[in-house]
Design a protein around this ligand. Structure first.
Ligand SMILES: [Zn+2]
Length: 177
């Protein structure tokens, strides 16, 4: 299936459309899969009756390379992340871990804390923040609730995915005013 996705632009567009609705952009740059997961935290997507690992699909879509029997590894050590910039090919688990350590060394440690604009939220917190944004709560109020810098909330609000769809705009506007 990944071979076909790499070679068929039409098929690729259909898969991208499905994947757009199933991830959210984090402050640290990770694109966290919000669809179903396997037992190890890797996202998965059913496309044309075939179940594909979401990070492998993302790699194939964006780099136009079928990973075949290579592993698709994470620089960010986050299995649910599908940001193609965070993904690289490795021959085996040891090779992945080695390259990941080197990649991390380059980018330095991720700092956390209320005063740090780069502070990150957990998956559950992120989902809750998105819900509060949609309800109309201000960045400052949400930031206080979760103990992060208000710019962290602002970035989630302005976060864009492949299609440029803004997370801050409510997806559901059924409620009449
Ligand atoms: Zn990542």
């Amino acid at each position: 299936m990944l071979e076909r996705i790499v070679n068929d632009a039409g098929l690729r567009d259909k898969l991208i459309l499905q994947m757009q609705a199933r991830h959210e952009i984090y402050d640290n740059g990770c694109w966290i899969w919000t669809g179903s997961h396997d037992g190890s935290g890797y996202g998965r997507i059913k496309f044309r009756q075939v179940v594909i690992a979401a990070h492998r699909a993302s790699y194939a879509i964006n780099h136009l390379v079928n990973p075949k029997d290579l592993l698709v590894c994470h620089h960010c050590d986050t299995p649910a992340c599908i940001n193609p910039e965070h993904l690289f090919l490795g021959t085996d688990a040891d090779n992945c871990a080695d390259k990941m350590r080197k990649g991390r060394h380059k980018s330095g440690p991720v700092l956390k804390g209320q005063d740090n604009p780069r502070a990150v939220l957990t998956v559950t917190q992120h989902d809750a923040v998105v819900a509060l944004i949609r309800k109309g709560m201000t960045n400052t109020a949400i930031a206080e609730r979760y103990g992060v810098h208000h710019s962290t909330i602002s970035k989630i609000r302005r976060g864009k995915s492949w299609g440029g769809e803004e997370i801050g705009k409510p997806y559901f506007t059924r409620r009449s005013s």
